[in-house]
Design a protein around this ligand. Structure first.
Ligand code: NIG
Ligand code: FE
Length: 400
């Protein structure tokens, strides 16, 4: 058994049956002078130090004075399986080139596709392991990651295997861009659905599509998503990043788990999403990195939409693995409270990954994934902008 004792605070969202929304999103339980007791991979008890039960001698005790415990953070949207980098493109963008122009000129995503194909299976495994170690350092104990930089059979499947082997939750982003060997998006989808989907469906838990001008249109996205749904995959969409292209109504109609980005979502899209069971995944680090408008976080929450927060970690639009930084952006740019931000990257993110029974809360029976903050108050998670806020993590009952 592992006992985290004398915590300055413990903070956890409540609720599990459905993603939290409305006022419930901001209702965090806070316990001062707290403990967390882990039995193997599971949380056995949490509470005030004054109510700590008598324990056997074989308990390993960790002095947590000066630390706060929150649920291990859940990053439900990353593109961690890639080779190379885009630092040259980053420098060009700093000088004024736009992300969409670079993409249209065969750079952007397709630049990373070339580097990812060249990395091969071993290179991809090393890359995902490295990126996972960065995420862990930032308090992320569960990460989703997408393929989508292979776009050929071998590299897509190798990406999904590398993600799974690193302990990530794999999503097949088979419709990310049209690779140069295909004449158009329809020809590429003919190939991807016939030759990649059957094996991808064995490895991945969900499918994702980049529904956007210059990528896949709504009818192509529908074709891809319906085939993936029929193969047993949960559905997600890159939606309204630059333009509103019909992603939200399509996601609602198909019963998708999430629509992600939403920087360009207008009033009608907000209303449609709020009235649905689809979660809006907000990625403010991506908007910041591309100097684009922020997604309408406050308006979505006030309208009653279920929202989650994620990094979008990738080499092009968000080279950022830090959920604490994303929480700072949520508070300062999206106008969510620290409590709403915490729920959005724990319990609601767990819902997006279909794992809310197991992770995203500090409560008996949940997996013993705990992020320890170097802070006297758990809200430093959002308050300490870009600072060192994560002290340690506990993953499956093991202190790292
Ligand atoms: O979520 N927009 C599409 N995909 C990624 C970026 C991929 C890239 O630029 O390499 C995103 O922002
Ligand atoms: Fe993304």
């Amino acid at each position: 058994m592992l006992l985290l004792r004398d915590l300055a605070q413990l903070a956890t969202p409540s609720g599990t049956e459905a993603p939290l929304r409305g006022a419930a999103l901001g209702e965090i339980e806070v316990v001062d002078r707290a403990f967390v007791l882990c039995d193997g991979e599971t949380i056995a008890a949490v509470g005030r130090m004054s109510s700590l039960p008598a324990l056997d001698d074989d308990v390993v005790e960790v002095d947590c004075r000066g630390l706060c415990a929150i649920p291990g953070l859940v990053d439900c949207h990353t593109h961690a399986a890639f080779g190379g980098d885009r630092v040259d493109e980053f420098s060009l963008r700093a000088g004024g080139a736009s992300y969409e122009e670079l993409h249209a000129a065969g750079g952007g995503i397709l630049f990373t596709v070339r580097a990812t194909r060249a990395a091969g299976g071993d290179g991809l495994r090393e890359a995902v392991e490295l990126h996972r170690s960065w995420m862990l350092r930032e308090g992320t104990t569960t990460f989703e990651a997408k393929s989508g930089y292979g776009l050929d059979r071998d590299t897509e499947l190798a990406s999904l295997r590398a993600i799974r082997d690193a302990g990530g939750v794999p999503t097949w982003l088979g419709a990310h861009a049209v690779p140069p060997e295909f004449a158009d998006a329809d020809a590429y989808l003919d190939f991807a659905l016939a030759d990649v989907l059957p094996d991808a469906a064995e490895l991945a838990e969900a499918a994702d599509v980049f529904l956007e001008r210059g990528a896949f249109d709504a009818s192509q996205a529908r074709r891809y998503l319906e085939a993936c749904r029929d193969a047993g995959l949960a559905l997600r969409l890159h939606a309204d990043q630059f333009t509103e292209s019909g992603a939200i109504p399509l996601a609602v109609e198909l019963g998708a788990r999430s629509v992600d980005h939403l920087e360009a979502t207008g009033e009608e899209g907000i209303r449609t999403l709020a009235a649905s069971d689809v979660t809006g995944v907000l990625l403010p680090a991506s908007a910041l990195f591309l100097d684009r408008p922020m997604p309408p976080g406050r308006t979505l929450v006030d309208a009653g939409a279920a929202v989650a927060l994620a990094t979008d970690f990738n080499p092009g639009s968000a080279f950022c693995e830090s959920l604490p930084l994303v929480c700072s952006l949520a508070a300062t740019q999206l106008h969510l409270s620290p409590a709403e931000a915490l729920a959005a990257c724990t319990v609601n993110a767990a819902h997006v990954l279909g794992r809310a029974d197991d992770i995203g809360r500090l409560a008996p029976g949940y997996r013993a994934d705990v992020t320890l903050l170097e802070a006297p108050d758990w809200r430093y998670l959002a308050y300490h902008l870009g600072g060192r806020v994560v002290a340690r993590v506990v993953v499956g009952g093991e202190l790292r």
